[in-house]
Design a protein around this ligand. Structure first.
Ligand code: ATP
Ligand code: MG
Length: 140
């Protein structure tokens, strides 16, 4: 067991429905502590930069349009095996495939508007945390 940090995003479909509190409760119930958090609205340039790994995928433009359609909550979660633990709580990308009791199964509207993002590896987590948070915003 190792204490890790991971980057989480509560996406525009969820902020629009005021699900931030309910989603945060899921993280805390699972032992993931929210050590940094802010509500922001991305520009198209920022969304494109964040999703750069997906730029050749057919859904890239729609995804960026969706991600700038309203405010998002970006947060850093800390806990034992936080990266995989968070992915577990989130559930599969497509809510129809997501396990019962997961955030996406319970809250997602579609494969695109799927309520949350979570880093997919420790390396990605490091890069994604640094994308949104400066050193002074993170507990040492
Ligand atoms: P995330 O990176 O947001 O945590 P993920 O790792 O489960 O999700 P990715 O394959 O990285 O899934 O896709 C990034 C995001 O792009 C998805 O969360 C979803 O919002 C959107 N997306 C993925 N596949 C599709 C698709 N086939 N059609 C529309 N949108 C999609
Ligand atoms: Mg991903």
């Amino acid at each position: 067991m190792v204490v890790q940090r991971t980057l989480s995003i509560i996406k525009p479909d969820a902020t629009r429905r005021d699900l931030t509190g309910q989603i945060n409760q899921r993280f805390e119930d699972a032992g993931l502590r929210i050590i940094a958090q802010k509500r922001i609205r991305l520009s198209r340039e920022q969304a494109e930069a964040f999703y750069d790994v997906h730029k050749t995928r057919p859904f890239f433009n729609d995804l960026c349009t969706f991600m700038i359609s309203g405010p998002i909550v970006v947060q850093v979660l800390e806990g034992e095996n936080a990266v995989t633990e968070n992915r577990d709580i989130m559930g599969a990308t497509d809510p129809q495939d997501a396990r019962e009791g997961t955030i996406r199964r319970d809250f997602a509207e579609s494969i695109e508007a799927n309520s949350v993002h979570g880093s997919d590896s420790e390396k990605t987590a490091e890069l994604e945390v640094a994308f949104f948070f400066s050193k002074i915003e993170l507990l040492q």
